[in-house]
Write a protein that binds this ligand. Sequence first.
Ligand SMILES: N[C@@H](CCC(=O)N[C@@H](CS)C(=O)NCC(=O)O)C(=O)O
Length: 215
Amino acid sequence: MSLTFYFHPLSSYCQKALIALYENDTSFVPHIVDLGDAAARAAFLKIWPIGKFPVLRDDAKGRTIPESTIIIEYLAQHYPGRTQLVPADADLAWQTRLRDRFYDLYIHEPMQKIVGDRLRPAASKDPFGVEQAKARLATAYGMVDEEMAASTWAMGEAFTLADCAASPALFYANLVLPFGDTHKNLAAYFDHLMQRPSFARVVKEAQPYFKLFPQ
Ligand SMILES: N[C@@H](CCC(=O)N[C@@H](CS)C(=O)NCC(=O)O)C(=O)O
């Protein structure tokens, strides 16, 4: 087995890449990184000095791959399976990547801003930044709600990279700014994601750690 996946089960960006691994039953060695442990953090920084996970190590090809989107692109290219995570058609591929960017930048990132603020010391809160993040989320929810009126998955009928990005972003975003009562199409899409076996498994495996999520 040549793949080692450095991650934490509670981490939303790690979950995004984990969904891709589970979609295609890709064999890998899971390596949970506890960034709160000084020795584990130091060891991880040697692999990827930026210190953010997920990171994939492919010993067979001598490659270290950071960044959830790039990990999924790498898996799609080198370890393909029944779920084609990036469409072969060039036009569908850029549309998939656009949706991946959309979920990362306009749902995942503001969600992280709101969650991150909860972890800040009382004297260092950023209420203005949190309001901006909530406004960005609300705009993004409205856009997805319109787009998902007639689709099962982000790209239509096929589950792709874009749905990997959407799943954890929406899961945590729904906790900080719920959309169930206000955006019916978005809520229906989220239900589909929650029922997808790959994401259901990711959520189940994260359960023991949810108590660490700042309410
Ligand atoms: N752009 C990166 C973002 C990764 C990221 O933000 N990871 C978070 C966990 S969800 C992390 O490592 N946080 C720890 C830290 O920043 O120290 C990706 O897509 O993989």
